[in-house]
Write a protein that binds this ligand. Structure first.
Ligand SMILES: [Zn+2]
Length: 462
């Protein structure tokens, strides 16, 4: 029996309320330009949040950008004291404030308090932004019909349906996938999806790859002899959220699902930050944030921020007032330019986004670029891989061969992999390990990791 059940009337009314009120609250906060919206948030934060009011002992009647320059740039460690940042009192309806735990890949999860406006920007705004960029997909949407299917990997996740007010009132189906679930239940998800019209399929890239693998190996639907019954899942478009989309993942997903794959840059702290342009002119910055780069310096200040250039991305989240996050260092690396794009967008675009990915391995006194390593890896018949450098400078290369292959072929691929890595990394010791799947941390996969990197994870299984 198929275990995919979608009905959940218990939550429907509450969800509708969150969606509609959240959209309204977010829009109210974005009136005027982004710099005006940021000052409005500062004015509120200075009165309602212990953290911000400490910088403004007397409340100003007129707020200017100079006030913002008094604040330190926030980083992830500042979020650890969520209660201090949290806003409360008049203007904040605590009954509608949600604590959202960020499933961090940095090993330091934090809780971000969010009100309805913030919740909308973090959960719904990405669908509105996508449909605005893709009128061809928007044309497929209809009120009360499935608009998007989201692969939900949150612990304890249940089947939920949400109305998307900004997407013609179509429905977002949130389907639990992979988390604490049996493989058979995941196969049921694939069988169910095969029978659906899905305008937009959404998930973390790692989960979309797993979905694809099941779709590829699952036979035709039982009892179905019609031609085309085994065509597999056919979404009209795919949206990747939650972590970096590798070039080879994109190519495989596009080839198998026969549709375009778009990536969105989001976080629990920032909500929707930017979404990839259909004309491939980088990621267009969302009106729900102000964005800058902090070039170079180890300890940048507010005065160092620039609206164009290359460096660490810094944002203010303009949509969430429950826990004001002003001038926050994302820890992600990128390049911002102001552009007039042929897709119709005009404004800031993150034209390059390398995120937190490790950019170099240090081997002896040499620096080896991970970008060139990734290029070399693309010549090998690999479905996935991960290269880890240890303190003694030795490397482990975990790999998943592309498709089912014999033992002999696996060891051949391992040898090829070893020789490609050794030619790039010099005399380094490299151990190749074949796996069925590269484990992710909360659905996030880092391909290159080094013990020399301060963000190095304690890796399971070693
Ligand atoms: Zn564009």
């Amino acid at each position: 029996m198929n275990t995919v059940q979608l009905e959940d009337p218990e939550f429907a009314e509450e969800d509708l309320r969150i969606a509609v009120h959240g959209a309204t609250q977010m829009q109210q906060r974005l009136r005027g330009d982004a710099s005006h919206a940021e000052l409005e948030l500062l004015r509120f934060a200075a009165m309602r949040s212990a953290f911000y009011s400490a910088y403004f002992p007397s409340v100003s009647r007129v707020w200017t950008p100079r006030h913002l320059e008094r604040l330190p740039l926030l980083d992830r460690s500042a979020l650890a004291d969520a209660e201090k940042l949290r806003a409360s009192g008049p203007g904040m309806d605590d009954a509608w404030v949600l604590g959202i735990r960020s499933s961090s890949s940095t090993g330091r999860p934090v809780t971000v308090y969010s009100d309805l406006g913030g919740f909308y920007s973090g959960g719904y705004a990405v669908y509105d932004a996508f449909m605005e960029l893709r009128p061809d997909i928007r044309a497929l949407l209809a009120a009360g019909k499935t608009g998007a299917v989201f692969l939900n990997d949150r612990p304890g996740g249940a089947h939920r349906s949400y109305m998307l007010p900004g997407c013609r009132g179509s429905i977002l189906r949130s389907i639990p996938f992979r988390h604490e679930r049996s493989r058979e239940q995941d196969r049921d998800v694939v069988r169910w999806m095969r029978g659906q019209k899905i305008p937009l399929l959404v998930g973390k890239p790692w989960y979309l790859m797993r979905l694809m693998a099941i779709d590829q190996t699952l036979g035709p639907l039982p009892g179905s002899y019609r031609e085309g019954a085994c065509r597999g899942i056919r979404p009209a478009a795919i949206l990747c959220v939650g972590s970096e989309l590798f070039l080879d993942y994109r190519e495989r997903l596009e080839a198998w699902f026969r549709c375009t794959v778009t990536s969105a840059y989001m976080s629990v702290e920032g909500g929707l930050i930017a979404i990839e342009c259909p004309e491939k002119n980088g990621f267009h910055v969302s009106p729900t944030v102000r964005a800058w780069v902090a070039p170079g310096s180890e300890a940048p200040t507010s005065q160092d921020l620039e609206e164009e250039g290359e460096g660490e991305l810094v944002i203010s989240n303009l949509a969430n007032w429950a826990m004001p996050i002003l001038r926050y260092r994302t820890g992600d690396w990128g390049e911002i330019r102001n552009i007039d794009c042929p897709c119709g967008f005009s404004g800031q675009s993150v034209v390059r986004l390398t995120g937190r990915a490790l950019r170099y391995f240090r081997v002896g006194d040499r620096l080896v670029s991970t970008e060139s390593l990734a290029r070399a890896m693309r010549t090998l018949p690999l479905l996935d891989y991960q290269v880890v450098q240890y303190e003694d400078e030795s490397f482990d290369a975990r790999f998943v061969p592309d498709g089912p292959v014999s033992d002999g072929l696996v060891s051949g691929i391992g040898e090829q992999l070893g020789s490609v890595l050794r030619s790039q990394l010099g005399a380094a010791r490299v151990r190749c390990i074949e796996l069925d799947e590269i484990p992710s941390v909360a659905g996030k996969l880092r391909r290159f990791m080094s013990a020399q990197d301060p963000g190095f994870l304690k890796i399971q299984g070693f």
